[in-house]
Design a protein around this ligand. Sequence first.
Ligand code: NAP
Length: 314
Amino acid sequence: MKYKTLNTESKMPLIGLGTWKSAPGEVYQAIRWALKLGYKHFDCAAAYGNQKEIGQAFHDAMKEDNLKREDIFVTSKLWNDSHKPEDVLPALNKTLNELGLEYLDLWLMHWPIAQKKGTGVPFSNEEMLSLTEVPLEATWQEMEKAYNQGLVKAIGTSNFGPKKLQLILDKGQVSPAVNQVECHPYLQQNELLDFCNKNMIALTAYSPLGSGDRASRLKHENEPKPLEDATINKIANRLNVSPAQVILAWQMQRGIIVIPKSVHEKRLQENLDSLNVTLDNEDMQEIAKLDKGYRFIDGNNFKYGEYTPENIFA
Ligand SMILES: NC(=O)c1ccc[n+]([C@@H]2O[C@H](COP(=O)([O-])OP(=O)(O)OC[C@H]3O[C@@H](n4cnc5c(N)ncnc54)[C@H](OP(=O)(O)O)[C@@H]3O)[C@@H](O)[C@H]2O)c1
């Protein structure tokens, strides 16, 4: 395994397993396979609705395969409906219970968006809360309490742009250790990466392979497909590796953590093996040219009240 050292001094495995859309009924097996193959990092979230089953897989691997808690790095995320200060720590407790863990290695604020208690992905303005009413820094302050109590070893953000990260850096006591955002050859996030590097915030790339299994209502017509990209495939053929391996290796060579999702054993292995793929300068430069600022997760499903795709990601 290769690691990124966080600003907390702890080490985060450069590749982890994504679990969004991994259905109950398949995520258990995926986690057990992944652990056997050598994955040490798991990206979870309260909103994915599958943490109980993931927790069961950890529990069984600890019992049957001698897995130790300290051998794995587990991330989870605070959902938008629990941003009010009084809801933050109870939401963490629920996540810890579901996962059957005493602490998380990393806890992220899932979106810079506040919603009413009990709401999922919103369908109306009624479900939203204003950031004036529930400011991001007030939510962050509660996450800092969890960090200071040792319930989480690091705290961070997700879907934050430079402006919102700066707000947390200015108003918080603890700097975010990680910012998790969409990142792939068509959305390279160079400006944000520079900002994060300057401020000792590690960047994790979500949807690194283009998130092809999203529900059709979340998709655009004629989406570009990074795994079918001609440049990526040309490099993959030359190196005799897969397109997914080229994309994941490219990110890790830029110092970015990747969390590809799969529920298939062969792909879990393939993605993990990207740790052994090395791209040369020319490959890196060719992939750099593919950036077109394209978002698969475009923020449109949160477009209510004060929230617009432009200001969500700012
Ligand atoms: N913070 C956030 O707001 C946020 C948003 C989105 C995602 N995430 C996190 O990031 C993780 C990854 O993103 P994602 O799930 O959106 O998409 P992704 O990892 O880019 O793509 C997943 C899709 O790629 C397929 N796949 C996996 N490995 C492959 C390979 N080697 N070759 C070909 N196809 C392959 C998967 O299929 P199979 O499963 O059938 O193999 C699945 O259809 C999520 O699971 C979640 O943990 C976070």
